[in-house]
Design a protein around this ligand. Structure first.
Ligand code: MN
Length: 193
């Protein structure tokens, strides 16, 4: 019952050399699994509070729900928006056109997304999202759930929590982001768009 860790549709070594096997396996089986467990726990505690009529800790558990729930959701998207890498990987089709319209060129988009993601304070995510009017925006999301406009549909996410890159890239977040672009599954982004 409850939320489950999704399976990946590629092997842990499939994204080498850009994303190393050791980090990918830990990230999926330990970190993402931890958010799934935290989400199920928060759901159970809120049910308990409801049944006992004791809402003294409701603020605490709602915050836990938001944190772990957003963590689970973003990681699920993150796995889907990765694929076997290539040096010249870039977007195509309608997303490519929307990116060019909004940012001027794919390279300008990449530059802005990289700068925003690099500048995330502490743990967080770089996010590309589509607004209700079809507009594209880039957000630097803190933790999993802060700094975002409700109503925007998330198209692409880049995890810059240290657990996402530290084994291979150590303190070199910029290098991780650069290599992240080589493994983006733009077909999946296109589907969401
Ligand atoms: Mn992560």
């Amino acid at each position: 019952m409850g939320y489950k860790l999704p399976e990946l549709n590629y092997g842990y070594d499939a994204l080498e050399p850009y994303y190393d096997e050791g980090t990918l396996e830990l990230h999926h089986t330990k970190h993402h699994a931890g958010y799934v467990a935290g989400l199920n726990n928060a759901v159970a505690k809120l049910k308990e509070a409801r049944e006992n009529g004791d809402y003294s800790l409701v603020k605490h558990w709602e915050k836990e729900l938001a944190f772990h729930g957003a963590g689970h959701y973003l990681h699920s998207l993150f796995w889907e928006n990765l694929r076997v890498g290539s040096e010249d990987n870039k977007s195509t089709g309608a997303v490519f056109e929307a990116i060019e319209d909004t940012f001027g060129s794919f390279d300008k988009f990449k530059e802005e997304f990289s700068k925003v993601t690099l500048a995330v304070e502490g743990s967080g995510w770089g996010v590309l999202a589509r607004g209700p009017e079809g507009d594209l925006k880039i957000f630097s999301v803190e933790n999993h759930q802060k700094v975002f406009i409700p109503g925007y549909k998330i198209l692409l996410v880049c995890d810059v929590w240290e657990h996402a890159y530290y084994l291979k890239y150590q303190n070199r977040r910029a290098e991780w982001i650069e290599n992240f672009f080589k493994i983006v599954n733009w077909e999946e982004v296109e589907k969401r768009f």
